[in-house]
Structures are given as C-alpha cells and as structure tokens.
Write a protein that binds this ligand. Structure first.
Ligand SMILES: Cc1cc2nc3c(=O)[nH]c(=O)nc-3n(C[C@H](O)[C@H](O)[C@H](O)COP(=O)(O)OP(=O)(O)OC[C@H]3O[C@@H](n4cnc5c(N)ncnc54)[C@H](O)[C@@H]3O)c2cc1C
Length: 400
C-alpha cells in the first residue's frame, strides 16, 4: 500500500498535532509523563475531550458517529497520540461492545447505548473469562435462565479489567446447556453493574495495582431486551469482537514512541559515566527491535486497509497480536537494561507532596520501568494468550 503522505494527510497530521499540544488536557499528559496513575475522573475527562473534537471512534461507520478516517489518517492519529505519550483509548466501549451493538443489536439498542458509549457517559467492562474458562472460553458456566421477561444470571467472571469503575458489563453467558457443541447455547448480554446481586472484588497484580477484578452474579435480573442479537449466537458475536480487540493489541505507535525515547535515554550519560549509545551490543538489540517494528507497522497498515474496505479483521489479527505483544515485552526488557537500578526502587509515594525530595529516585517515567515491565506481562495473556493465537494461525492461516 502507498504510505507516502499526501498534502491532505500532512495537513491532517498538523491538525492532530495541534490538538494534542493545545487542546488535550495538559495535566493528564503531565501525569502520563511522570508515571502518575490516572484517576477514573481523569480517564473520563480525556475521553470526553476527544469526543468533543469528534474523534472518539476511528473505526465506527460515520452513521453512528465514526470519524470516516482513511487507514492513513488512523495511522497518523495513533502516531501523534503516542508521540506525546497521550494515554491509549479504553477499548471496552468504543472498541468492543460498540461494534457488536451496531452490527448485531436492535435499533432500540443502537439508540439507547451507542451515543453514551461514544461520549463516554457510560464505562463498559468485559465479562468473558471465568475461573476455569479462559483459553477454553466455551466451557464458561455463568448461566442466564429465562424467567418471563427477564434472564436470571448466576455465576462469576474473572480477570475483569477496571470493572471497579464500570457502569455496564457485556457478558457471554450460557442460556442453553442442551446443545451439541459447547459453542452453541452461549448468548451475549448487557448487564447493568449498579443493581442488586452484582459484586466486584479486587485482584491486585504483580505491580501492586488494582487493575482487575472478580465479578459475582447472584440472581441478577437482566431484561430480555438486553440480549444482543439472537439467543445462543453469542459465540459468533464474541469472536468478531475479539478479532477487533487483537487488531489493536499490536500497539505499534506506542512501541515506536518507546523505542525513540530509548534512543534518547541511551544517549544520556548518568553521572558523567559511560553512555549506552556506545555499547554496541545494547544498540544492536535496539536496532533489531526497530527493524521488527517496521515490519509490524506494514502488517498493521495492511490490516487497517482491509478493515476500512469493509472486511472484518480475520485470523491475521492473531499475527499482529503475537508479534506486537512480544515486541512490547522485549522493549520493556531493554528499558530495564537501560535504566538499571534506577528502575527498581520506585515508590509511588514519591509523588505525594510530603515525600522528602532527597528520597526521590530518578525522574520522569524511567522510575516506573520495573512496574511497567511487570504490568506488561499481561499483553501476551489477554485478548487470547499468544499460544492460543499460534493455534489459530496454524489452523486458519496455515491450514494445518
Ligand atoms: C491483566 C489481565 C486483564 C484481563 N482482562 C480481562 C477482561 O477485562 N475481561 C475478560 O473477560 N478477561 C480478561 N482477561 C482474561 C484473559 O483473557 C485470560 O487470562 C486469557 O484468556 C487466558 O486464560 P486463563 O488465564 O484462564 O489461562 P489458561 O487458559 O488456563 O491458560 C494457561 C496457560 O496455558 C496455555 N494454554 C491454554 N490452552 C492452550 C492450548 N490449547 N494450546 C497451547 N497453550 C494453551 C495458555 O497460553 C497459558 O499460557 C485478562 C487477563 C489479564 C492477565
């Protein structure tokens, strides 16, 4: 595909750059660039800021409020967003449940849910995985039993990202156990989190953060109008959604930003000592990562071109997921190597106003390199583990 930028593309790049430099909330960029976690309020505020600009949904059809951008414009936007290290979009609303609703939902569901998803008035989370049903998702056991005009939902979901903030959860639930294949009898339902019987319990991860949860459903009543599409077809809808999720999982623009920043770091000398930029073994590893990133970038552009010509992302999205997430983790390792012991003794408390200045360790985002390394182990697990993606490629791409 042609990746030479036209005059219109360059004009668009300027517009996006101006936006991130002058209209995007500067305090949020400051927090990002100093490794300070964003609050729920911060996250809602910056999403709304982008919505007000009209740029909330790059992949949605324009009739539902999508931007109508070309693949090149999407690429430019992601590139500029990463250039200033602006936060990445929370994918559960616009990236995941939105496309399922506008593709398979009723007219009433589209009108009821899509505008609030777009404007970030509702925070969505994803309820697929269960204890005992992760990679083997079809073995999920959360039940939704029809009772008049309601389903009664019982069971539990796990590894649920940021559900502590969510208003709604989209879930795969079992509506029928008397089926020939386990993939049948699974339905896609939308559940209001703020109702009796829904309990959210935190799981604290390796980096000490509360990012994921267990969610319990105890006789939760879900109106039948919250079933998306046909009963028993949830597996098909859920699969389409996962392919969308994997396409974005490569994080090419962010990896570009991180490698650029790594070169800057390597060029600096700490306390007048040796520079990493003079260490040929280290710089060879950086160059190898940059070369792989370039190849990945072209693969992502090809996938974007195919999505924008109306095709759903196919099994090729698994290739992006594997290559992109392996690269994220390799780059994290290079950061650890580059920052040495400065990465390790990070304490979040040092951002408290009362923390003594002389006890500060390092500065800027380098101080969270170890935490980022630990946190990003998740990339090869979620959105379908990389081992499972290899199985998909073997079966659906290589035909083995
Ligand atoms: C930080 C984080 C956030 C997450 N957020 C969400 C969320 O918001 N919503 C949600 O629904 N889920 C979420 N998940 C869950 C995620 O999708 C699952 O963890 C993932 O699908 C793997 O399932 P599992 O954890 O049960 O591991 P298992 O399926 O038990 O797998 C364990 C190991 O065995 C390997 N394995 C399993 N089966 C095979 C096979 N057939 N061939 C080869 N290897 C295999 C896997 O690759 C893995 O290495 C999240 C996970 C993490 C870590």
């Amino acid at each position: 595909m042609n990746v030479n930028f036209s005059a219109e593309d360059l004009e668009f790049r300027k517009e996006v750059r101006d936006y991130f430099e002058t209209e995007f909330p500067a305090d949020i960029l400051d927090k990002q660039n100093n490794g300070i976690p964003l609050t729920r309020e911060d996250i809602v505020r910056w999403h709304k800021n982008i919505y007000q600009k009209g740029w909330a949904a790059a992949n949605w059809p324009t009739e539902y409020g999508g931007t109508g951008w070309t693949p090149t414009q999407k690429y430019i936007f992601a590139d500029e967003q990463a250039r200033v290290n602006a936060p990445v979009f929370l994918t559960f609303g616009v990236g995941m449940v939105g496309p399922v609703i506008y593709t398979y939902g009723s007219e009433e569901q589209k009108q009821r849910f899509l505008p609030d998803i777009l404007e970030f008035n509702t925070w969505w989370c994803q309820g697929y995985s269960e204890p005992g049903a992760g990679s083997d998702l079809a073995s999920l056991k959360t039940r939704a039993d029809l009772n008049g005009d309601h389903y009664v939902v019982n069971g539990s979901k796990t590894w649920n990202t940021l559900g502590q903030y969510a208003d709604w959860i989209f879930c795969l639930v079992r509506t029928n156990t008397d089926v020939a294949r386990r993939q049948e009898g699974i339905s896609f339902v939308l559940i209001d989190m703020k109702q009796p019987g829904v309990t959210v319990k935190p799981i604290v991860l390796l980096d000490g953060e509360h990012e994921v949860n267990e969610i319990f459903f105890d006789n939760v009543r879900v109106p039948v109008e919250n079933l998306v599409g046909e009963e028993g077809k949830g597996w098909t809808y859920g699969k389409v959604l996962l392919q969308h999720e994997r396409t974005g999982a490569a994080n090419v623009a962010r990896s570009k930003y991180k490698l650029r920043r790594l070169r800057v770091l390597a060029g600096e000398s700490i306390d007048g000592g040796a520079r990493l930029a003079d260490d040929r073994i280290f710089m060879r590893k950086v160059a190898a990562a940059e070369t792989e990133l370039k190849a990945l970038e072209y693969t992502e552009l090809r996938t974007l071109a195919s999505i924008s010509s109306g095709k759903a992302p196919g099994p090729e999205s698994s290739i992006l997921k594997i290559a992109g997430t392996d690269l994220i983790q390799r780059i994290d390792s290079l950061y650890l190597e580059a920052s040495g012991y400065y990465a390790l003794p990070y304490v979040r408390e040092q951002f408290d106003p009362d923390f003594p200045a002389e006890d500060h360790v390092g500065e800027g985002t380098e101080t969270i390199n170890a935490l980022t390394y630990f946190n990003n182990r998740k990339h090869t697990i979620f959105a379908g583990s990389n081992e499972i993606q290899k199985n998909i490629i073997a079966k659906h791409v290589l035909g083995l």
